[in-house]
Design a protein around this ligand. Structure first.
Ligand code: FE2
Ligand code: FE2
Length: 482
C-alpha cells in the first residue's frame, strides 16, 4: 500500500490541488466541530497501534529492531498524547478524550492484530493500518480550514512526520527481511477498512462501542522474547565480573556496559505491562511507554559503549535476566513462542514495586560511584552513560511513587506502606548480594577457565580503547545490590 502520494505542502500556500473543504458545521451541528469525533477515531486507532506494537514486539530477534519497536511504542504514545490534548480543547473537554467510538474500528484493529505470522503483523501494523491513517490525516490537513483549525493541522503534521520515520524503518526492515503479505489477511483488512469508510470521516457509534484491541481475542504476547542464536551467551561472565566488582574500576566499567545492555530485557518485558493494562488511565500508559523506551535506550547506551570498545553482542552475548548457566545450552533459548501468562493486577503492582522501589532506588549509590570513578579516571563517555541513566532513573522512581497507590487499589492490595516495604526489600537484597559476593570470593579463582580468559580479554580490549587512569588508585566501592 502506498503512503507516499499526498504531500505535506502547507494548505495556506497550496491552493491548486486541494480537496474540497471539509466543512466543520452543518445544519445539524451543535457546538462541536465534526473533527472532534474524527479525532476520537484517530485516537482509538493510534492507541490500538500502540498496543499492537507492544503485543507483537517480543518477536523481533535483531537488536536494532527491538530498539526500534520500543521507540515506536514511545512515539505512538506521543501521537495519542497530542490527540488527547487537542481533544480536551474542544467543548466537552476531558470527556472528549474518552468518548466511545464505533465497534467497526474494533473489528478493524482486531483483524490487523490477528495476523497469521509476525511478518504479516508488521505489514498489517506499519503498512496497511498506518498507511490508511496516514492518508486520513493528510486528507484532513488538505481540506481543513488552514487558519480556523491550524492547531489540529499542526498536530496532524507532527504525527505524519512520526509515521514517515516509521515508514523509513519499515523500508529498511523489508530490505533485510523480504516478505509478501499473506493475501487473505491483506484482503480481509481491506474489506474491513472499506466498511470503515477508509477512515475518511468519523464513524457513528451504533450499539456497543469499541473495546481496546485484543480484548475478546485469544491473542497473547510471546512467552519468550526472541534473540538471535549468535547472541547466545557463551560464558558465565557475570560471575567473573562480580568477583572483581568492589575492587576494580575496570571490572565496574565492563559491568555497567554489559548490565545496561541487558536492560533491553526489561523493556522486552514491559511490552507485556502495556499489553495487559489497557484498563489503566492513559496517563499510566504514557508513563510506562516512556519508562520502556528509556530502558531500551539504556540497553542501547550500554551496547553502544561496548561497540566503542569493539565488543559486539556476538562476542559478549545477550543473556536473559534468568539464571545464566542454563542459558548456555537451553534448546529453547532465543526462540519466540509460547504464551506469556496474563499479568494480573497484583502481578503488575509487584513488578512496578520491584523495579521502582527495589531495583531502581537500590542502584543509585553504586551508579553515582561509577559516574564519579569513570570521570576521575578520564573516561568521560562512560561517565556520560552513567549520568543520563541516573537522570532517567530518577524520573522512573517518581512515576512509581505516583502509580503504586493506584495499582495497589486496582489489585485490591490493602493499604500497605510500600515505601517501608521497599526499604526492607532493598536491605534484604543488599545483604543477600553481599553474602553471595563473600561466597564467590571465598572460592578458589580458576584462572584456567575459558570464562576467566574471556573476561580478561574483554578487560584488555576496553583498556586498549580507553585507559582508566585510576585503576590502581580507586578505593574499594560498594557491591551492587543485586
Ligand atoms: Fe535503566
Ligand atoms: Fe529505570
Amino acid at each position: 500500500m502506498d503512503m507516499t502520494t499526498p504531500t505535506l505542502e502547507s494548505p495556506e500556500t497550496d491552493t491548486t490541488s486541494r480537496p474540497a473543504r471539509a466543512r466543520q458545521v452543518d445544519a445539524a451541528s451543535g457546538k462541536k466541530p465534526k473533527v472532534v469525533a474524527q479525532m476520537s477515531d484517530w485516537q482509538y486507532l493510534e492507541r490500538s497501534l500502540h498496543r499492537m506494537i507492544a503485543g507483537w514486539g517480543r518477536h523481533f530477534p535483531a537488536w536494532e529492531d527491538k530498539i526500534a519497536a520500543c521507540r515506536h511504542v514511545w512515539e505512538q504514545s506521543e501521537c495519542v498524547r497530542r490527540l488527547r490534548e487537542r481533544l480536551a480543547e474542544f467543548p466537552g473537554t476531558n470527556g472528549n478524550q474518552n468518548a466511545p467510538v464505533s465497534a467497526r474500528l474494533e473489528t478493524l484493529v482486531n483483524m490487523v492484530l490477528l495476523a497469521p505470522s509476525h511478518e504479516d503483523a508488521i505489514d498489517g501494523i506499519y503498512q496497511v493500518l498506518s498507511g490508511a491513517l496516514f492518508r486520513s490525516y493528510l486528507s484532513y490537513v488538505e481540506s481543513a480550514h488552514p487558519v480556523h483549525d491550524a492547531p489540529t493541522v499542526a498536530l496532524l503534521q507532527e504525527i505524519v512526520r512520526v509515521k514517515e520515520q516509521q515508514r523509513l524503518w519499515l523500508r529498511g526492515y523489508r530490505r533485510r527481511h523480504p516478505h509478501t503479505t499473506d493475501a487473505a489477511y491483506a484482503a480481509a483488512i481491506e474489506r474491513v477498512l472499506a466498511d470503515c469508510g477508509n477512515l475518511t470521516g468519523a464513524l457513528p457509534v451504533e450499539g456497543k462501542p469499541a473495546r481496546p484491541v485484543g480484548i475478546g481475542t485469544l491473542f497473547r504476547p510471546s512467552l519468550r522474547a526472541a534473540k538471535p542464536e549468535s547472541q547466545r551467551p557463551r560464558f558465565n561472565l557475570m560471575t567473573e565480573i562480580e568477583r572483581d566488582f568492589t575492587h576494580s574500576v575496570e571490572a565496574r566499567r565492563l559491568f555497567w556496559c554489559y548490565g545496561y545492555m541487558m536492560e533491553q530485557n526489561l523493556a522486552d518485558e514491559q511490552l507485556v505491562w502495556i499489553y495487559d493494562s489497557s484498563d489503566m488511565p492513559w496517563e499510566f500508559m504514557q508513563d510506562v511507554s516512556r519508562h520502556l523506551w528509556d530502558e531500551s535506550r539504556h540497553g542501547n547506551s550500554g551496547y553502544s559503549r561496548l561497540l566503542d570498545f569493539g565488543i559486539t553482542l556476538e562476542r559478549i552475548g545477550f543473556p536473559d535476566y534468568a539464571a545464566l548457566e542454563p542459558q548456555l545450552t537451553d534448546p529453547e533459548w532465543g526462540k519466540a513462542g509460547g504464551v506469556f501468562p496474563e499479568l494480573t493486577p497484583l502481578d503488575l503492582y509487584n513488578k512496578v514495586f520491584g523495579i521502582g522501589m527495589v531495583a531502581e532506588t537500590g542502584h543509585f549509590p553504586v551508579k553515582h560511584e561509577g559516574y564519579a570513578d569513570f570521570k576521575e579516571g578520564g573516561d568521560m563517555e562512560s561517565a556520560e552513560m552513567m549520568l543520563f541513566d541516573i537522570i532517567d532513573e530518577t524520573t522512573h522512581v517518581q512515576y512509581a511513587h505516583r502509580w503504586l497507590p493506584v495499582l495497589a487499589a486496582r489489585a485490591g492490595v490493602p493499604d500497605e506502606d510500600y515505601r517501608q516495604r521497599g526499604l526492607q526489600e532493598r536491605k534484604r537484597c543488599q545483604q543477600d548480594a553481599d553474602i553471595r559476593l563473600a561466597a564467590l570470593q571465598a572460592t578458589a579463582l580458576d584462572t584456567g577457565s575459558d570464562a576467566y580468559a574471556e573476561y580478561q580479554a574483554l578487560l584488555k580490549i576496553a583498556r586498549g580503547h580507553q585507559l582508566l587512569s585510576n585503576e590502581a588508585t580507586c578505593p574499594p566501592r560498594l557491591f551492587k545490590p543485586m
